[in-house]
Design a binder for this molecule. Structure first.
Ligand code: ATP
Ligand code: MG
Ligand code: MG
Length: 350
């Protein structure tokens, strides 16, 4: 059978490997770290850095198609890999989602609505942008931010200097604070032939900048859910996208605001593992392998809860709960803020 190459060895790579194995594929994980969640379940683990050209070439030659679990693949690595095997999702999705500024320009260009934003390279830029956008606002690094890292909230223009210093010289973007009624995300998939399948939007609650729960169904009107799904479809089509994407949205009385997109399987899609015949991981593997997309209609209502840090210590009690599926990532040290696992609590679809 074919082998799927996965860049990145975290829990997303792990769950992609499990899904690939169920479909009869082998997986090879490329990950600089040693004992990583994906290496425990993948067939092969190539342990090398992302600037190791020889290792990248060997990896590409040993697989049939390449995908990834994180969007910060260096361009040089991509050049090497792409010359040898198809990389899915493709280059354009990576280029756009690696930089918040590029991403917002792209979304605006599609006629979608991001939060008001401005490029911030200097303290003067920030002062001017605050005068225009107002407070509260959030200053974010353009690249490499996740789980709310690299962000500074500004409630008063007097905090500009402190917030700017917190970016430590990294290029940044200022965003107006969106007063949303709900936060939702769409997990959307697109195959090489243009077929699109979206899971029902989930409602997300964050705690300390980290996703805490995803609840399905989202408590927003059916018509808004349809708006969200159609909007996600437009993004995928515009990128000629192949694979699963997470689209994070703010719901406001004025309509949907796009927060950010992630060109990969997404934490807010973990609920699909126990509420749908085909989950986001299998859907992603199907898309990158050129299979028909599967049935992602949910048969259950579900609440996904992340197990962060020592949350997973309660695994024994969780394992006894009816209607609860427990997923642990096999990570050794439960550092604060570290994603150790998640649970899906399902009930029959209302
Ligand atoms: P991840 O990639 O892990 O989802 P991130 O570090 O890229 O997170 P964001 O998604 O930008 O962070 O922000 C994290 C959370 O902070 C959002 O889900 C939302 O709850 C809140 N937030 C971010 N930007 C805004 C905004 N402009 N207005 C209101 N809330 C915001
Ligand atoms: Mg993000
Ligand atoms: Mg986010």
């Amino acid at each position: 059978g074919a082998t799927i190459g996965i860049l990145g060895g975290g829990q997303l790579g792990r769950m992609l490997s499990v899904a690939a194995a169920r479909l009869g594929f082998k997986t090879c994980v490329y990950e600089p770290g040693g004992d990583c969640p994906a290496s425990h379940v993948a067939n092969f683990h190539l342990q090398a850095a992302y600037d190791d050209a020889d290792a990248l070439r060997r990896f590409a030659q040993s697989v049939d198609v390449i995908t990834y679990e994180f969007e910060n693949i260096p361009t040089d690595a991509l050049d090497i890999l792409e010359a040898i095997r198809p990389v899915r999702p493709g280059r354009e999705a990576l280029r756009i989602s690696q930089d918040r500024m590029t991403e917002k320009d792209f979304l605006s260009g599609l006629g979608l609505t991001p939060a008001p934003y401005a490029q911030i390279d200097t303290l003067d830029d920030l002062t001017a942008a605050l005068a225009q956008i107002g407070t509260p606002a959030i200053l974010k690094t353009r690249r490499f931010g996740y789980d709310g890292k690299g962000q500074a909230r500004i409630t008063d223009p007097a905090q500009a200097e402190e917030a700017f210093a917190a970016m430590a010289g990294a290029p940044a973007v200022l965003e107006g604070f969106v007063t949303f009624t709900h936060e939702v995300s769409v997990i959307a998939a697109r195959g090489p032939d243009g077929q699109i399948a979206c899971f029902d939007p989930g409602e997300n609650v964050h705690k300390d900048g980290i996703l805490h729960t995803t609840t399905i169904p989202a408590r927003i009107p059916r018509s808004r859910q349809t708006d969200a799904v159609l909007l996600a479809g437009r993004i995928l089509n515009a990128l000629d996208y192949v694979g699963v994407m997470g689209v994070e949205l703010f719901v406001t009385p004025q309509g949907l605001i796009v927060n950010e997109i992630a060109p990969r399987v997404h934490n807010s899609g973990h609920w699909t593992q126990n509420a749908c015949p085909v989950d986001q991981f299998e859907q992603h593997i199907r898309a990158v392998a050129g299979w028909p997309l599967g049935d992602g209609q949910r048969h259950s209502d579900v609440v996904m809860e992340n197990l962060i840090g020592t949350d997973a210590d309660t695994w024994e009690a969780l394992a006894k709960e009816p209607g609860t599926a427990i997923h642990l990532y096999g990570k050794a040290d439960a550092k604060p803020g570290r994603k150790m696992g998640h649970v899906n609590r399902i009930t029959p679809r209302a």
